[in-house]
Design a protein around this ligand. Sequence first.
Ligand code: ZN
Length: 502
Amino acid sequence: MTYESLEQAVAALRRHNQTMYAYHHAMSALMHDASTAAPKNTAAGRGKAMEILSGVTYGLVADPANGDLLAYLEAHADALDDVTRRQVEVFRKGYDQLGRIPAEEYVAYNVLINDAQDVWEKAKNASDFEMFAPYLEKIVDFNRKFAGYYDPEKLPYDALLNEYEEGLTMQTLDGFFAELRATIVPLLAKIQAAEQVDDSFLHKSFPVEEQKKLTEYLMEVQGLDRGHCGIAESEHPYTLSFNTRDTRITTHYYENHVTFAMYSTIHEGGHAIYDMGGDEVYDYTNLQGGVSMGIHESQSRFYENLIGRSRAYIHAIYPKFKELFPVQMEGVDAEMLYRAVNKVEPSLIRTEADELTYALHIMVRYEIEKRLIDGTLAVRDVPAEWNRLYKEYLGIDVPDDKHGCLQDSHWSGGAVGYFPSYAIGSAYGAQMLSRMKEDLGDFYADVEKGDLSKVTTWLHEKIHRFASFKKPGQLFEDVCGKFDARYFTDYLTAKFTELYHL
Ligand code: ZN
């Protein structure tokens, strides 16, 4: 169709954005229900509804009329305000990408992913990689093909990385990870030769009811407005944001692992604060919510590690910990708790890894993904390669695939190229911390009193309020200048040298 005026075209864009918002809200609510409240044998009907709704949203984006709308808006780009222009840019990217994927491939892939998640869960429980391998083969083939649709100019794995962190390349990551390894591996060796931290008290029995009280308290300290941010329980913790005034986080309670729920709550709370902090002007548009996985992880891991595992924060929450768990915490002072939550120990499971060795887990996945996509590693060889890399990077033996290459849900969900954003996010966060210290001085003195308002206000001003308006690289550089992994490696070296008296 043709447009008679710019106002008419902008109104059509707004309508499209709001329609997409409404569908996403509804589909997200189905997903949230599935993982938190729905009875276990109810997946079929929900799956049917999801299939129909995703078909409708596919049609809404792929609609050829959007091509006319985009062409009109692009021809009048100079007359658009910055926010609308960026909306058009994001809309264009999604429209072109979807347009390049043949509809039958899109459908086939969605069916594959739906089946693969089910098979992965069974394969993981049975610790049987063979069962999952045929699905992973197809997922890798699809992703290699999709990479060409996303951006035929880029190397396939770079095109996939770009989907999660715009502009991120293997060249950047190879250098980044090499720098990280050069710091982490020798530091880890020194720590292992030093006197070990005792964290055994954290694995006593902590009743779930009391842990829930701790969760409520931690959310309060983090400044999460419970009128706008809900918490539920799910197998794997996650954050789901409907809009800036309605965000849900989840956690998972383990009676003998009190810090799991504690740190997953703080981590997801960081994602929630980011999503809720966007300026109103982006509400119900395609610029609502955080801009990339790397920036998102920088925020969640900022609260989890740079704040939540700081000495100041632990001193602030220690009295509550002691009050809720007087028996378990018998004879444990704040400093012992600080050291315990920072205990370094190479382990098998990424989500339970300490702050120092975490990046090594990511490096294993990065190496494997990169080679699966460029074809130098066959899917059937993944377990052997996984185990070899865990030995090489972390010095540990992987007993089985359940605790090895089947532990994460990302590949079965089709997310290839996602993992590096976790490590990039940690490094972004460390550089932001350095910037924050320059601006705010000793804000840890406030943190020690349980007051995170200065931290959150700074992050809001610099990062959150922009939602997806700025591209991630630009957003980061406007605040921190050029990305440099040294801020992260310096932070790790200083923290653990002091903590382990190296
Ligand atoms: Zn996260």
